[in-house]
Design a protein around this ligand. Structure first.
Ligand SMILES: Nc1ncnc2c1ncn2[C@@H]1O[C@H](COP(=O)(O)OS(=O)(=O)O)[C@@H](OP(=O)(O)O)[C@H]1O
Length: 420
């Protein structure tokens, strides 16, 4: 060990003083003037190097924080022993706050991965968004609760307690948007498709999509393809067997035409509805109709066999946990249908007839604020498309095809939807 290091008196440095604090040593003989000046300058350099090292470590730590790790490490306790640690703590705290704040502002649904926007129903429901797309409703953005940094103690992301599981083109977007007018509901805007397409990503991925909720608020999402996907009932049951399930159903013939209309809006060259509806349809049979057999493997037809799909759900969930909303009633009497839904969810009756305005030009109810005269908000152009005229004979064949399924469905749900 070098004796010099121990015996040479150092220039006073508060930092080094702390580091070298120890039992007082016996006084050393005074150094010669030349030795004193060279050792004093080498100490000076060493001190500077030491301070530089500390600054460098701080800088590295700040960079580390900025790439996102800071939020996951516990913030060091504020120590008053040295100025350095106070500064370090305040820098770390302010970076943490910035990161937490920006994440909160992103909110559940806004942080959703991009691939969520690629599914057909969601892309469709976003398309028209000139007057009301689903990310923008009556001031109740999905991420709104995330804006509160102070309230974050009582707010957290929860798995949904209620899900709109179907059906595609039934009126699911309208129902979700109506529900989002309720103060006790927070919902993801985009369709997560967790239980069908993204299940391998795990429940934490799913939870991460959810908006923050306070105690007593319900978290919801809608993905219409769940109702017809074989694996989904068991998967939702495994998440929670208490999940409340809502299905918006609509006359299966109109639903099939609506489904076809949506596909055709994206792929204008597809064959006619008539020819797709029948197995082995030939141009000679008028593209369908005639004596052909309905093609129950065509998804536009298959989705409307509601009773068949319901059997799968009933193997996992009791009747009381499933609510069937009439897509037709949701248009003609939105407040009445909303009363049933709020009841089912155990919520106060907040969304009432004062929230709806029937837009005669659009032919649909739109949401309005109960107070004031602000302009009502309607769904975008992709909701309420004009359907093509379908051969009456084909429509009739489809009605006959669906009749037994409808009857069974009325019996299973205890509700006659009046489609026959
Ligand atoms: N209030 C209101 N405004 C506009 N549209 C309404 C409304 N209520 C129900 N509907 C009907 O919803 C149909 C679309 O259903 P979905 O939202 O379930 O479609 S999707 O599966 O999410 O693509 C859509 O079907 P089409 O008319 O065939 O476009 C509408 O008839």
């Amino acid at each position: 060990m070098s004796e010099d290091a121990d015996s040479i008196p150092m220039e006073y440095s508060p930092i080094l003083h702390h580091l070298h604090a120890g039992p007082p040593s016996s006084p050393s003989p005074p150094p010669s003037p030349s030795a004193s000046s060279s050792s004093s300058s080498s100490n000076h350099v060493r001190n500077k190097l030491f301070v530089l090292c500390i600054m460098l470590s701080l800088w590295v730590y700040m960079v580390y924080c900025c790439v996102g790790y800071c939020a996951t490490i516990p913030t060091p306790a504020v120590s008053r022993s040295t100025t350095t640690s106070i500064i370090t703590t305040s820098i770390i705290t302010s970076i943490s706050t910035t990161i937490t704040g920006s994440e909160a502002r992103r909110g559940g649904s806004l942080g959703a991965p991009r691939d969520l926007l690629n599914d057909d129903t969601e892309a469709d429901s976003r398309g028209g968004g000139d007057d009301w797309d689903e990310g923008k409703d009556m001031g109740k953005d999905t991420g709104k609760t995330g804006l509160s940094l102070n309230g974050s103690d009582s707010e957290s992301q929860r798995l949904p307690q209620a899900i709109i599981i179907g059906v595609k083109k039934g009126g699911t977007r309208a129902l979700l948007e109506f529900l989002r007018a309720h103060p006790d509901i927070r919902a993801v805007g985009a369709e997560p498709h967790f239980f069908d397409r993204n299940y391998h990503k795990g429940l934490e991925w799913y939870r991460d999509l959810m908006p923050k909720t306070m105690e007593g608020q319900l978290t919801m999402e809608k993905t219409p393809s769940y109702y017809v996907t074989k694996e989904v009932p068991a998967r939702i049951y495994n998440m929670s067997k208490h999940t409340k399930l809502i299905v918006v159903v609509r006359d299966p013939v109109t639903r099939a035409i609506s489904d076809y209309t949506q596909t055709r809006s994206k792929k204008p060259d597809i064959p006619s509805f008539e020819s797709l509806a029948f197995r082995n349809a030939t141009p000679a049979s008028g593209g369908g109709g005639g004596g052909g057999v309905i093609d129950a493997t065509w998804s536009a037809v298959q989705i409307g066999m509601y009773a068949k799909h319901l059997e799968r759900w009933r193997r996992y969930f009791p009747a009381e946990q499933l609510l069937f909303v009439s897509g037709e009633q949701l248009i003609s009497d939105p407040a009445g249908e909303m009363a049933r839904v709020q009841d089912f969810l155990g919520l106060r009756q907040e969304v009432t007839d004062r929230h709806f305005h029937f837009d005669a030009a659009k032919g649909f109810p739109c949401l309005k604020r109960p107070e004031g005269n602000s302009k009502p908000h309607c769904l975008g152009k992709t909701k309420g498309r004009t359907h093509p005229n379908i051969d009456a004979a084909v429509v009739q064949r489809l009605r006959e095809f669906y009749q037994p399924y409808n009857r069974k469905f009325y019996q299973m749900t205890g509700h006659d939807f009046g489609w026959d």
